[in-house]
Design a protein around this ligand. Sequence first.
Ligand SMILES: Cc1cc2nc3c(=O)[nH]c(=O)nc-3n(C[C@H](O)[C@H](O)[C@H](O)COP(=O)(O)OP(=O)(O)OC[C@H]3O[C@@H](n4cnc5c(N)ncnc54)[C@H](O)[C@@H]3O)c2cc1C
Length: 230
Amino acid sequence: MNIQTFTGTVVNREMLTDDVLFLSMTVPETFSFKAGQFITIKITRERVTRLKSYSLFNPPSRKGKLDFCIKIIESGFASEVFKKTKVGDTFELKGPFGHFVFDENNGLQEHWFLGAGTGVAPLYSMIEEYVRIFPQQKFVLLFGVREQKNLFYNREFMALMKKHHNFSYVPVLSREQWSGKKGHVQDHLPQDVSGKTFYICGLKELVLETKELLMKRGVSSDCIKSERYD
Ligand SMILES: Cc1cc2nc3c(=O)[nH]c(=O)nc-3n(C[C@H](O)[C@H](O)[C@H](O)COP(=O)(O)OP(=O)(O)OC[C@H]3O[C@@H](n4cnc5c(N)ncnc54)[C@H](O)[C@@H]3O)c2cc1C
């Protein structure tokens, strides 16, 4: 894929939870990417400019518009800018970047996706794209957050599960008692790991712990793909 620099114009902005912002930007129709990749957004604040990376949330088959879900971190450099972002604002974007993409050719029939918080963004893009393309293959998403109120896109994931019988959505809460899955998201990985690929996205600790656990269970490194947000 060609790396391009282009302008994104904000066309939608909403808080999905207390601290997760959904941003949608129109971009040139010619921009293309693979599900799972990210772009950089040039952020200028008080005359300081930094490039910040964000995963593309929408599937690549939808052209001309990019969606992002961004965790707002108190006093974070980019977060403070995104807090004030309005419809009509423009940003300089560059990409696509990254090798965290779906392996279409390994012949395996079951794919497990594990994400925490906004780490679910590239996973959603991959699932939306490939669940239709490979209806005979099984896709499972383990989505870890603290409490029910943090489960953004819950309705969309439920709808996707209804629409595609080869997709299972498993939300996992670490800080609230409920009737669903509880504890660490990685505790819900399958014991039998044969014939499966694993895609992990989130902060360092989650990614490293999950990879170690999978490798201990015998998964080879070429069946584990990961993206770290820090
Ligand atoms: C390839 C890649 C893709 C990414 N995609 C996304 C994405 O889709 N959505 C998204 O929200 N972020 C994503 N990130 C993280 C993002 O680039 C920024 O690091 C994040 O938005 C914080 O930036 P900031 O300038 O607001 O805070 P900063 O001023 O850079 O950081 C403030 C502090 O918060 C910590 N921190 C960073 N991220 C988190 C987090 N998620 N939870 C808790 N603490 C954190 C940092 O370690 C730092 O100590 C991605 C990072 C990479 C490398």
